[in-house]
Ligand binder design. Sequence first.
Ligand code: AHR
Length: 504
Amino acid sequence: MKASATIHNHFDIAKIDDRLYSAFIEHMGRAIYGGIYEPSHPKANKDGFRTDVLELVRALKIPLIRYPGGNFVSAYKWEDGIGPKDKRPTRLDLAWRSKETNQVGINEFASWSEQAGIEMMLAVNLGTRGIEEARNFVEYCNHPKGSYWSDLRRKHGAELPYNVNMWCLGNEMDGPWQIGHMEAKEYGRLADETSKAIKAFSKNIETVVCGSSNDQMKTYPEWERVVLEECYENVEYISLHKYFGNSSHDSLNYFSKIDETGRYIQTVAGIIDFVKAKKRAKNEVFICFDEWNVWYHNREQDHQNIQTWDWPEAPALLEEDYNLEDALFVGGLLNEFIRRSDRVKIACIAQLVNVISPIRTINGGPAWAATIYYPYQFASLYGRGTALNVAQSGPTYDTEIAHDVNYLDIAAVVSSDKSELTIFAINRCLDQEMDINLSLLGFENVKLIEHKIIGGNSNDARKFNTCDNPHHVIPRDGKGLGVEAGSIGGKLLPFSYNLIRLSI
Ligand code: AHR
């Protein structure tokens, strides 16, 4: 199989927003308790945070983290999580039918984020609550001092405000499963008014309005149009969510869901343009893809457990064992975000620890990186700068949901200082090597810095990392790529993810 592509140094798609490599963490399962926070763990620091998890998180260089939910936020009282820990109430979380002890609240999470080197993006509850609680929450977090909520924060030990600039206006409000689910128009109105109120605190605040929970929702894409018509001028982003799976064990069909996601982005971008034109608006609205990941391995079982269990505290939930195939998928989806970085400015892998996550832990035991950790890490470390157009030609295939799907999934990024070109390339073919020839135009002194590969054999598609063997699927050095004047060529192994870093 042969594929070729041309990459030109000056044919830009867009400057990539670093926040394309953000993450999401929710109060559910063992994400917070037993994930980032476990005071009794031998590796916990004085704040009760697991340092082994912190190390794995820091190595991802995540710019922004969305918190505290998710479905959880739609019935959450943020005030339950502040003040002396022994006075905090235990509540029943209706979204995941679990007990929430509130031992971690906004102040603990702010401290964890700071230790992890990540900025916070907070979600307000627009399910059971509204403008009043949202403005109080923003005042508690952001106002310096001299008001009821800001002085309460200071009394709770946080002298300086957190200056959180990114606020999500609820979560998945289109979903009938959401507590406080709404019709598009009523949600759009509430989002508009809430956004106006919380922006009164600072001109730096930016808000994210809920788009569809996925592109299979009956209300999609009308939801986006109606919601944006209510609030376009008062928001900066519209959120999209999508989770993926391969229950039919058909890898090529699975990978084509990335093309389907491209259409989802394209459609919402079109609606943004339509509403902007209709309103004669001057502001831009971008896409914040603030929940995405693979989620299917235990989905049915988890769903049944939630229905039948007796309100457990921090139960194992949505703990997916990601395999090699999922790593290739995640690498491909990140490529799609790079290719659409003109419209997608923020994207959050959902979630970060234990719950559908690249990082896993055992209570009292080790933490390890799942297979999907590595493509996410490579994109975050080397996918910053400017996305370049890649004009490719090569073999394609058809599936039920997409036609002319490329066997070669490729994205290219030139670093901000123009010293490096990084190519992320996936050979989706299960059983054939791919001969690639990439013409590099407008670059000088091209030299290979490194070639890393994940996978390379579709017989390993279902291999995953475990606590006992965390190294089943990890990156290794690739070989066989040659750089000549103006081009790079060689073979990509079947079913492989490739990071190709070049100095220029
Ligand atoms: O990430 C798990 C759940 O998926 C989130 O709580 C919700 O927003 C989405 O449906």
